[in-house]
Design a binder for this molecule. Structure first.
Ligand code: GDP
Ligand code: ZN
Length: 356
């Protein structure tokens, strides 16, 4: 590979990391999230009577994409009322693809329907790989954004049944960093074991950890506290208890969970691919399928290390500035793994992700 290309990539990696760090810092401060949620609440619970055809501004009303149905049919909430929505021709032509959580400007042109005339830049995104197998080119991968403007991702894992998989947590952490989303680790089913697994690696990364049990209610108040003033998404393997936790938070007891199509997705959202639900007075939940198969989008092998903050202080010690920390000699990261300075499990996750 020409040296120049590597330099450009190195620079891009640094820029990408700086952006991610800045975004993460803002998220951690929480202020921006709280303001955004307040705005969302204004839109979702707004005064419908003020949104009438007689009082229609040319620029449209602020709206929030609250649902995306299979086939891409959108619902948008404007002034507390839900409308079917279409994209204005120019936006459709530009290939805009909207997702739950997107902020838009909408005009009411036909009764009961709105046209989206503008889309605000996304503050954060939860994204995965979408491969277009019909086009056999190197560019046949595109970003599929599952949710926009999400503040917090609750990475749910179980202490047992299914067993705890740290590698999955590592994968979700990269996705969160990439999208500027603040991660929280929720260890569910704590009623099943006497002592939960050692999570000191994650505590060391500054990740908030909630020990919970949807069955007994342990940790739910902690979770509520962390979710206050945010738009959140629950991610994690099937069977770890996401639906159970959400149902417990929603206060919908006695709902059957654990069967296909059951839980908080049942009934209410059978035709909706993704939707936005009020979780509490000041927090929302984006309920989106597909999070289980979350891959990592366009994270170049050269930039992947940038998403492992525990490698940061070590990387400058590698002999080669372009070191991938896989096979190069004099790699400080590999040495740090041997010395126990970097957790082996984290390094193994890194290698796994390098493979794609
Ligand atoms: P999801 O696929 O992540 O949404 O998981 P579910 O919420 O459907 O839960 C899967 C199974 O785990 C169900 O049988 C639940 O009853 C069970 N479960 C969920 N949370 C807990 C918990 O805290 N403790 C125990 N013992 N079982 C739980
Ligand atoms: Zn290295």
């Amino acid at each position: 590979m020409p040296k120049q290309t590597l330099e450009v990539r190195g620079r891009r990696a640094r820029e990408e990391r700086r952006r991610a760090e800045k975004a993460l810092k803002r998220r951690l401060e929480g202020a921006e999230a709280a303001a955004a949620v307040e705005e969302a609440a204004d839109i979702l619970e707004g005064d419908a009577s003020q949104v009438g055809e007689g009082a229609l501004p040319d620029t449209g009303w602020r709206g929030l994409v609250a649902g995306v149905q299979r086939g891409g049919v959108l619902t948008v909430v404007v002034g507390g009322r839900t409308y079917g929505a279409s994209l204005a021709r120019e936006l459709a032509r530009d290939g805009y693809s909207l997702t739950v959580g997107d902020r838009v400007q909408a005009v009411l042109d036909t009764p009961g329907r709105v046209t989206i005339v503008d889309v605000e830049p996304r503050r954060t995104k939860l994204a995965r790989v979408r491969e277009d197998r019909s086009r056999r080119s190197a560019f046949a991968r595109e970003e599929a954004v599952l949710a926009a403007n999400v503040d917090v991702a609750v990475i749910v894992a179980a202490v047992a049944d299914p067993p705890f998989h740290p590698k999955l947590v590592d994968r979700f952490l990269v996705i969160c960093q990439y999208g500027g989303i603040r991660p929280i680790l929720c260890l569910n089913k704590c009623d099943l074991v006497a002592s939960p697994p050692d999570l000191s690696i994650y505590a060391g990364l500054g990740l908030p950890i909630v020990y919970a049990s949807a069955a007994t209610g342990t940790g739910l108040d902690d979770l509520r506290g962390l979710l206050a003033g945010t738009v959140a998404v629950f991610t994690g393997h099937s069977g770890v208890g996401k639906s159970s936790l959400v149902n417990a938070l929603l206060g919908e007891e006695q709902q059957a969970v654990g069967t296909v199509g059951a839980g908080y997705r049942r009934g209410r959202h059978t035709t909706t691919s993704s939707s936005l639900l009020p979780l509490d007075d000041d927090s929302y939940l984006v309920d989106t399928p597909g999070v289980r198969s979350l891959g990592i989008w366009e994270i170049n092998p050269r930039t992947l290390a940038a998403y492992f903050p525990d490698f940061d202080p070590i990387v400058p010690g590698c002999r080669f500035s372009t070191c991938s920390h896989v096979h190069e000699p004099a790699c400080a990261v590999k040495e740090a793994v041997e010395d126990g300075e970097i957790a082996r499990q984290r390094y193994e996750s890194y290698l796994r992700l390098m493979e794609g």
